[in-house]
Design a protein around this ligand. Structure first.
Ligand code: NAP
Length: 249
């Protein structure tokens, strides 16, 4: 009998949770606890960090987890790296459900940078109106380029005022579409977009909008993760589970 732990915090994890519930699989969804009111889920939820690799390995053993599915965001690199090591240590089968990265197409004006620090450095120069599509954990770093007028869009209202002298904050958890993002960029007279290469459809609207408006995009590339088995679709994860169950593993 499978006993599944899903590391979540993404729409893909929620879609997987729905499929697991439909199949009456024994599964728990884990959240880091960053979002104030995470959406209701059809499987049991646990919230909060595990306490590093040791804590996660212990959780897997103590709870008799047989399958660990890492459906965290592609930029949740610490959690994903911990999952690889802890699963191996606890002898638990492991797979990542992850989105393919976005690829630039005709009309895109991307500058690729390796990390947040490089994105901040890329913004040196005269004042512009910049959409920072990054989430609240990373925006304060842009205080090092205080000349710009920043547009921020967060899932929740932040507890502290972002450390950017000139900004406008929109609280919206989406889903976003091209029309809405075009209207937002137009109203705020955005000249440049900064975002992470998250992949997936939900957050892609801003890139379509930037292409239509011919705006430059600073694209922060994904962190490098340890080698692991990856799937891009919920069906493929379900197939992996079924295959392993057939083999009794
Ligand atoms: P991170 O830097 O890789 O993780 C930091 C620590 O948070 C981990 O070491 C772990 O603590 C805890 N953690 C992360 N995800 C967890 C989960 N699903 N369940 C339990 N503990 C978790 O990750 P992050 O970038 O802060 O992301 C946190 C959460 O937000 C993830 O669930 C991710 O899917 C979601 N998210 C992230 C982004 C992003 O851009 N990074 C965007 C959208 C959603 P311990 O070491 O104590 O176990």
């Amino acid at each position: 009998m499978s006993n599944i732990l899903v590391l979540g915090g993404t729409t893909e994890a929620s879609a997987l949770a729905a499929s697991l519930a439909e199949r009456k699989e024994a599964a728990v969804l884990s959240y880091a606890g960053r979002v104030a009111n995470p959406r209701a889920q059809p499987i049991p939820v646990r919230i909060g960090g595990f306490g590093g690799i040791d804590g996660l390995a212990e959780y897997l053993r103590y709870n008799g987890v047989t399958h660990l599915i890492d459906a965290t965001h592609p930029f949740a690199s610490r959690m994903s790296a911990n999952a690889v090591v802890a699963a191996a240590r606890a002898g638990v089968a492991h797979i990542a459900l992850t989105r393919p990265a976005w690829v630039a197409v005709e009309g895109d004006r991307w500058t690729r940078v390796p990390d947040i620090e490089a994105a901040v450095a890329a913004l040196s120069g005269p004042a512009r109106r910049v959409m920072l599509a990054l989430g609240r954990m990373h925006v304060d770093a842009f205080g090092a380029q205080p000349q710009h007028e920043y547009l921020l869009r967060f899932v929740d209202a932040p507890e502290h005022v972002p450390g950017l002298p000139r900004h406008h904050l929109v609280v919206d958890r989406g889903p976003f579409d091209v029309e809405g993002d075009l209207a937002l960029m137009d109203t705020r007279r955005i000249e440049m977009v900064v975002c992470k290469n998250a992949g997936g459809s939900g957050a892609q609207a801003k890139l379509h909008a930037a292409r239509i408006l011919r705006l430059p995009v600073i694209m922060i590339e994904r962190p490098v993760l340890p080698a692991r088995l990856e799937a891009h679709r919920v069906e493929d994860v379900l197939g992996w589970l079924a295959h392993r169950a057939d083999r009794g593993v």
